[in-house]
Design a protein around this ligand. Structure first.
Ligand SMILES: [Zn+2]
Length: 414
């Protein structure tokens, strides 16, 4: 029995005739803290997420010093209590980093043919499996999980030896008619170079596609075979981006060079968006996405985002594959950093300009906000001076208020 017609074409190809007015204004891309100010603080159903980066870290009796930091590419506050949620615009990168590094290490070892005997290296595949769009995300998630579990079992029954890393991903749409949630798996498979594997090697993509179709059908789900992507990973240049992409939770797919993504990019101009693009749309004033944003956060709570096959670390250790030596020294980027008082930070939070204030500081590199930036520096100095004078926070705020008003006006004019 079929529950969903196989018209979906999945994440990768979306019916171009479908017309919706939704469009991302890419000139207007917000920074992490602007998304926090404009979307998360107001709309997240999670209290911890709403309160991310509001209070200073308390060390002993004194609050830590709050700093604003910027490089040409990134800007952040430090000294604040954060929520550490996978879906937080500020915390998600940090949260995903350990997974990304662990996975990158495994892929680059597997591709390091220079320092290793080729005969022991596993083949690496980047696999995307999808099921049709759905309005019932709980059921879709469960289906996806079960079908993947069965896929692993069936592959093992073929006597192929492998390890895998799998993550869930979703894109979103407003169309209930076509299904608002688009569930898919991204996984990296490491196939051990056994005789059995070598024998089946050429057929691996076909086997996986056929299995995915059959196992889905067993659960009453009709999938599109074309939407399943199985790509051999050979290029060492891709390791960083690929591991980042797999480790992320519903983030953008900027710069991923694989074919699958370029198709998805095209598709997205129509009606399918990643989680962070949804935040971007809400920040641009599109209220229609607030519901789906909230529903997804509530659904996502407590879910694992990434699975590692059992003993995968052990496998890479015992194989003694060399890690390629990274010859590039990490470049020290130019940066600018200023300390601000808690009183000033409170005013920034209350005015919803955490993101804007960082953009202002970043003007040091972009050449923008030249007047408001001078006021910001001055205001930061004054705020620290007032803080050292042991004035009450309220009195500090009074003293700072006029300057803050001037700064805000200038910031909005620039
Ligand atoms: Zn956070």
């Amino acid at each position: 029995m079929t529950t969903t017609p196989p018209e979906h074409e999945s994440v990768l190809l979306i019916d171009k005739k479908q017309t919706t007015q939704v469009q991302l204004n890419t000139d207007l891309l917000h920074n992490d803290y602007e998304l926090l100010d404009l979307v998360q603080k107001k709309h997240s159903p999670s209290r911890a997420m709403r309160l991310c980066s509001v209070a200073p870290i308390q060390t002993g009796t004194n609050p830590a010093s709050i700093r604003m930091n910027a490089t040409a590419k990134k800007a952040s506050f430090s000294g604040l209590v954060t929520c550490n949620n996978h879906l937080c615009s500020v915390c998600s990168n940090k949260r995903n980093k350990p997974n990304q590094e662990r996975l990158a290490g495994m892929i680059s070892k597997s591709l390091n043919t220079t320092d290793n005997d080729m005969a022991i290296l596993p083949d690496v595949y980047f696999i995307t499996n999808t099921i049709p769009r759905s309005n019932d995300i709980v059921k879709a998630h469960k289906d996806l999980k079960q079908i993947f579990k069965r896929l692993v079992e069936e592959l093992r029954r073929l006597d192929i030896e492998f390890h895998y890393v799998r993550s869930f991903d979703y894109t979103f749409s407003l169309s209930s008619k076509r299904g608002r949630f688009f569930p898919h798996n991204h996984s990296i498979f490491f196939f051990k170079p056994t005789e059995r594997y070598k024998h089946l090697k050429q057929k691996i993509p076909r086997i996986i596609k056929r299995l995915w179709k059959r196992l889905s059908r067993n659960r009453g789900i009709e999938i599109s075979t074309e939407a399943q992507k199985i790509i051999k990973v050979d290029n060492k240049e891709d390791v960083e981006q690929l591991s980042d992409y797999v480790a992320k939770t519903s983030k953008g797919s900027e710069n991923l060079s694989y074919e699958i993504i370029s198709k998805r990019k095209k598709a997205r101009t129509n009606d399918s968006f990643t989680f962070f693009e949804i935040m971007e749309l809400i920040a641009q004033g599109d209220k229609r996405f607030i519901g789906i944003y909230q529903e997804f956060i509530t659904f996502h709570k407590g879910k694992r985002t990434i699975d590692w096959s059992r003993d995968i670390d052990h496998y890479f250790e015992t194989l003694k594959i060399e890690d390629p030596v990274d010859m590039e020294e990490e470049e020290q980027e130019d940066s600018v950093s200023i300390g601000i008082s808690k009183a000033l930070y409170t005013m920034i939070v209350k005015s919803n300009v955490r993101g804007r204030s960082l953009r202002c500081l970043q003007g040091h590199f972009t050449g923008k906000f030249n007047r408001s930036r001078l006021i910001l520096y001055h205001m930061a100095d004054l705020s620290k001076h007032l803080e050292r004078s042991y004035m009450k926070t309220d009195d500090q705020i009074d003293r700072l208020r006029d300057l803050f008003a001037v700064w805000l006006t200038e910031l909005n004019n620039e």
